[in-house]
Ligand binder design. Structure first.
Ligand code: GDP
Ligand code: ZN
Length: 296
């Protein structure tokens, strides 16, 4: 990005061939140059881009910065952290779902923050316990009472975050609590309109404060875990950061930590140093990856 004529910014929105680039002081709508097609380069929301402004206040993209990570579904790049929203109230979150999302984040080099929402209805002590003890930043929130709002804002400040979690867990409500000006429609609004919530949405980054960006939630609620499908079964253990201190300490070098004698991971579970539900998720994920490979 050396061109003296060019400016830089972040693509925060992409609609039918137009890329909205936020420079920090303005938004410039850009088109991609023809050579991007030849290079098979498709600009993504989240990309750092250099562009050449024209006299009409629009621009042409010149260069796309190196990506820290890329997601295909939804198409987005450079996510710093995943905020995984869970709930102990309806719809109750299955820890396996959380652990699958954590695994996806780990593959992509994304940080993880666990947000236990709807604490006004259920304090979700079990979920809170699992993730705190497993070494994750875990924040309790209630979009209803505002509990935890400041703590959560502290966790997303200055970063690019994507909220994910099962549908109905409160992702849109939390974003509205953090930044009321956003007014992301909650489920009720869509129900009144009588159509699905995901029909007209595209991925977009919202600016909550300078440098504080979040991906809109519907795109990430059906968050793709395709990266898991390309794993080998032996990789799965590395996606559980709480296993780290025990890997390589099992009796057998190729221990799968399923039911082997002298398994350091299983012993840690017995001693309460690894949470049982994390180990259960590991086994499920291991079996999934193993079976996928068998059928390919
Ligand atoms: P999303 O699908 O994850 O975006 O969930 P929504 O934000 O659309 O919320 C689903 C429903 O749960 C809505 O009726 C919200 O009003 C409700 N809700 C969300 N957060 C809370 C909360 O912290 N407490 C209570 N009591 N209800 C909540
Ligand atoms: Zn083992």
């Amino acid at each position: 990005m050396s061109d003296l004529m060019s400016k830089k910014g972040v693509i925060y929105k992409a609609i039918s061939g137009f890329y909205y680039v936020e420079t920090g002081s303005e938004t410039v709508v850009c088109k991609a140059p023809g050579r991007f097609r030849l290079e098979n380069l498709i600009p993504l929301v989240g990309d750092n881009a250099a562009f050449t402004p024209d006299i009409e206040g629009r621009g042409v993209l010149a260069e796309i910065g190196e990506r820290k990570n890329v997601f295909i579904r939804p198409p987005i790049a450079n996510i710093d952290q995943m905020i995984i929203v869970a709930s102990g109230a309806t719809p109750v979150t299955d820890p396996f779902l959380v652990d699958r999302m954590i695994a996806t984040a780990e593959i992509s080099d994304c940080d993880v923050v666990i947000c236990v929402n709807k604490t006004d209805l259920d304090s979700a002590d079990k979920l809170f316990d699992i993730y705190t003890k497993s070494g994750f930043v875990t924040i309790r929130t209630s979009a209803e009472t505002g509990e935890g709002g400041a703590a959560l804002f502290g966790a997303i400040r200055g970063k690019v975050s994507a909220f994910t979690g099962n549908s109905g867990v409160g992702k849109s409500s939390i974003l509205n609590m953090l930044y009321p000006e956003l007014r992301i429609s909650v489920a009720e609004v869509s129900r009144k309109l009588g159509r699905g919530r995901h029909t007209t949405r595209h991925v977009q980054l919202y600016k909550l404060a300078p440098g504080t960006l979040v991906a809109d939630t519907p795109g990430f609620s059906a968050f793709a875990t395709d990266k898991i499908d390309s794993l080998d079964k032996g990789d799965v253990q590395y996606l559980f950061r709480d296993f780290k201190g025990y890997l390589g300490k099992c009796r057998f070098r190729d221990c799968a930590h399923i039911k082997e004698d002298g398994c350091a991971v299983l012993e840690a579970v017995r001693r309460g140093e690894i949470q049982k539900s994390r180990r259960d998720s590991y086994v499920l994920l291991y079996e999934q990856v193993k079976n996928l490979k068998k059928w390919k």
